[in-house]
Design a protein around this ligand. Structure first.
Ligand code: XBP
Ligand code: MG
Length: 232
C-alpha cells in the first residue's frame, strides 16, 4: 500500500521528554505547597494513565485523596507553563533518526502529522527547541490530547490526525514508543513502527508488533517503506 503519510507520537517518540514532564509535575506540586512527589518508579506506573490531568486524578484516587479537594485543571495549566519554560532551555534533543525521517518525508512528498496525548503548547515548545521552527510549518496536521473525547489507547487522536490529513489509514504509518500508543494507532487502522523509550521499554508489546531498537532504522522514507513491505 503506497505510503502517503507519517504520523508521529510525541512523548517518548520524537524525544525522551518524560523526565522533563516528571520534573514539571514535581516542581508544580511543590510550588503549590503540596507534599506530592513522583519518583521514577511511581512515574513509570502512572504513565499507564495517559494525560497529565487524568494521571493526577488517578494518583489522588490511589492514595485515597479526594480529587474534588484539588483544582486539577489549574495545577495542570501551571505544569504546562513550567514544562514549556524548561523545554525552552534547549536541553532536550530529538531521538536519533527522527530529524532525518522528517526531512526525508518532506523531500519525498509525504504528509506529516502529530497525534499525541500531550497538549499543543508542549508540542510547539518541543519543535521550537529542537528544530527551531513552528510545529505548524513542519506538520500538515497536529492532533492533541485535549481535542478528543478519549485519549490513547482509544483511536480518537489518530482518527483526528487522519481526518485532518485527508489520508485513509492504509496509506499512513504511525511511529510510537508505548503499548498504549500502539493500541491507539492500531485501533485507528494504522500500521505502526514502535521504538520503546526509557519509560516504555517494559511495556507489554504484542509479538506481532514491528519493533525497532531506535528510529535510525527508519530514518528515510525509503527505509521506512522497506520495513513496512518486509512486514506486510
Ligand atoms: C504521553 C503522555 C503525556 C505526557 C504528559 O503522551 O501520556 O500525558 O506524559 O502530557 P504521548 P500532559 O506519548 O501520546 O505524546 O501533562 O500535557 O497531558
Ligand atoms: Mg509516547
Amino acid at each position: 500500500m503506497t505510503l502517503r503519510a507519517i504520523i508521529f507520537d510525541v512523548d517518548g517518540t520524537l524525544a525522551e521528554t518524560e523526565e522533563l514532564h516528571r520534573r514539571a509535575f514535581n516542581e508544580t506540586f511543590a510550588a503549590h505547597g503540596l507534599d506530592w512527589h513522583w519518583d521514577q518508579d511511581r512515574y513509570r506506573e502512572l504513565l499507564q494513565v495517559t494525560g497529565g490531568k487524568e494521571r493526577m486524578a488517578h494518583d489522588l484516587a490511589e492514595r485515597g485523596l479526594a480529587a474534588d479537594d484539588h483544582d486539577i485543571p489549574t495545577l495542570h495549566r501551571a505544569k504546562t507553563g513550567r514544562y514549556t519554560q524548561l523545554m525552552a532551555r534547549g536541553e532536550i534533543a530529538l531521538r536519533p533518526g527522527i530529524a532525518d525521517l522528517i526531512r526525508s518525508g518532506r523531500e519525498t512528498g509525504l504528509r506529516l502529522a502529530i497525534a499525541t496525548t500531550t497538549s499543543r503548547p508542549n508540542i510547539d515548545a518541543l519543535i521550537r527547541a529542537t528544530l527551531g521552527c513552528e510545529a505548524g510549518e513542519l506538520f500538515d496536521a497536529i492532533a492533541a490530547g485535549d481535542e478528543v473525547a478519549e485519549k490513547k489507547p482509544a483511536p480518537d487522536v489518530y482518527l483526528l490526525a487522519l481526518d485532518r490529513l485527508g489520508v485513509p489509514p492504509e496509506h499512513a504509518v504511525a511511529l510510537e514508543d508505548s503499548a498504549n500508543g500502539l493500541m491507539s494507532a492500531r485501533a485507528a487502522g494504522l500500521r505502526c513502527v514502535v521504538s520503546p523509550a526509557t519509560y516504555t521499554a517494559g511495556d507489554p508489546f504484542p509479538d506481532d508488533c514491528t519493533i525497532v531498537g531506535d528510529f535510525t532504522h527508519v530514518a528515510s522514507t525509503e527505509a521506512l517503506e522497506r520495513l513496512l513491505e518486509a512486514k506486510a
